[in-house]
Design a protein around this ligand. Structure first.
Ligand code: SF4
Length: 432
């Protein structure tokens, strides 16, 4: 209810220790001020992602069917009618919390749909290698508490995960006496904010060709055996490769970090594979682990839900009664060419891609989402961690964080809407 008090007498509500659900880094220390009515502002950090996402809280708008505002129940019925007639449905986007993912996968199972996340390209550059060769990976907590040498491969991951260095690298390791740490950037330059965050830590930059990170990793792996025979690679001199190999051999706990979605080169999974091999080879000399960074829009959490639910990751078809996983064929952007109906879920950002004419789109996205084409059905939904409590997974896959509700704009959560759509589908004929 609107307050009768003059606006200048209404004090902002201060939310402390707020969990940020947006990039997978799991920051749980935000201070967010709420100015009536329902305007949020992050006060405790300059993280551009958090500032932009928390501040984007337009008023709730009504659902639409064919561009006409309708009550939620009518939009749900219209969505169910579209999906009941679909022959090749796609349930994708999947930018949602764990509850939303569970509901989306249940609906997809009922429909026999293909499921994928909007940001699974970066995820699959890593998963492809995990599936092929396995890997030695670590967690953000291990990075903060044990790592004495951090090797950052490729573009600065802080462009995607802005507080990575501030939260997980700048604090001194807890389990080292005396605590020490240094950071090396290989084929990438630290951003200005990263240099600031690392101001008390020795930093070495080897700015080689970012399109040849894999070559640099392979040269470094070869030099580990005998640094005196090191070769140059990716524009980095042999002497620099040799010195880094020597430093890696002497590390007590080295971590090799990368953000695969920032890799530009084609077949970026082969770059990841060479980094994974570097980690494996370094373990012949010292303790070393990889840190694949991902996790925007809870892509890691949604993949976890899919894996525990069906035994296979995303990019899976649920048609035919058995989950069929094919990371090439069932990538959403490829399958969209043959799908006749698309359920697109995007609760963390106001984005819905353009689909080709002839495809019927049901979009569940935040209020105010600008769309290239008006979808058949648009249902505005709340953002996890702003409009409703939510679980999201951290990038390192080992921690599920509980984000709480901050404001009430009267927007439904995705799980509730998807369950209502599933309930409105025609009942399946009983089998004898
Ligand atoms: S770094 Fe990521 S998790 Fe942390 S505040 Fe920024 S967007 Fe949120």
């Amino acid at each position: 209810m609107a307050s009768d008090r003059p606006t200048h007498l209404i004090r902002p509500v201060v939310h402390r220790d707020v969990v940020c659900p947006f990039c997978g880094l799991g920051c749980d220390d935000l201070t967010v001020e709420e100015e009536p009515p329902a305007t949020l502002a992050v006060r405790s950090t300059d993280c551009p992602v958090a500032r932009e996402r928390f501040s984007r809280t337009p008023s709730a708008e009504p659902p639409r069917v064919a561009g006409v505002a309708v009550p939620l129940a009518e939009a749900v019925e219209a969505a169910a009618a579209v999906l009941a007639a679909a022959q090749a449905p796609l349930v994708a986007g999947l930018g949602t919390d764990v509850d939303g993912a569970r509901a989306a996968l249940s609906l997809a199972e009922r429909l026999g749909a293909v499921v994928d996340h909007a940001l699974s390209d970066g995820l699959y550059r890593n998963l492809a290698v995990l599936q092929r060769t396995g890997w030695i990976a670590t967690t953000l907590a291990e990075l903060r508490n044990r790592c004495d040498l951090l090797l950052v491969a490729g573009p600065d991951p802080a462009a995607l995960h802005p507080r990575l260095f501030e939260r997980w690298v700048a604090p001194a390791p807890a389990f080292q006496t005396p605590p020490s740490r240094e950071v090396v950037f290989l084929c990438g330059e630290p951003l200005d904010a990263t240099r600031t965050a690392l101001s008390g830590i020795p930093v070495t930059v080897l700015p080689g060709d970012p399109a040849k990170i894999g070559d640099a990793a392979a040269a470094l792996a070869a030099a580990l055996a005998d640094p005196s025979r090191a070769l140059g690679a990716a524009g980095i001199a042999p002497g620099d490769i040799a010195a880094l190999a020597e430093r890696l051999r002497k590390a007590r706990y080295a971590v090799v970090a990368w953000a695969a979605s920032a890799f530009d080169e084609p077949h970026a999974d082969l770059t990841v594979e060479r980094l994974v091999r570097l980690v494996r080879d370094a373990n012949r000399h010292t303790r070393c682990a990889g840190l694949p960074l991902a996790g925007h829009d809870n892509v890691v959490g949604v993949n976890q839900v899919c894996t525990w639910r069906f035994g296979v990751p995303l990019r899976t078809s649920l048609a035919g009664g058995m989950p069929l996983h094919d990371p090439h064929r069932f990538a959403w952007a490829r399958y969209a060419d043959v799908a006749d109906a698309v359920v697109w879920v995007s609760t963390f950002r106001p984005e819905v891609p353009a689909f080709s004419a002839g495809q019927t789109v049901i979009a569940l996205a935040p209020s105010g989402t600008a769309m290239a084409e008006e979808p058949a059905v648009f249902i505005p939904v709340g953002t996890p961690g702003i409009d409703h409590p939510a679980h999201v997974f951290r990038s390192d896959t080992v921690v599920a964080l509980r984000a709480r509700r901050l404001i009430d704009r009267g927007l439904p959560d995705v799980a509730t809407v998807l369950k209502a759509i599933a309930a409105a589908l025609p009942q399946e004929a009983p089998t004898c």
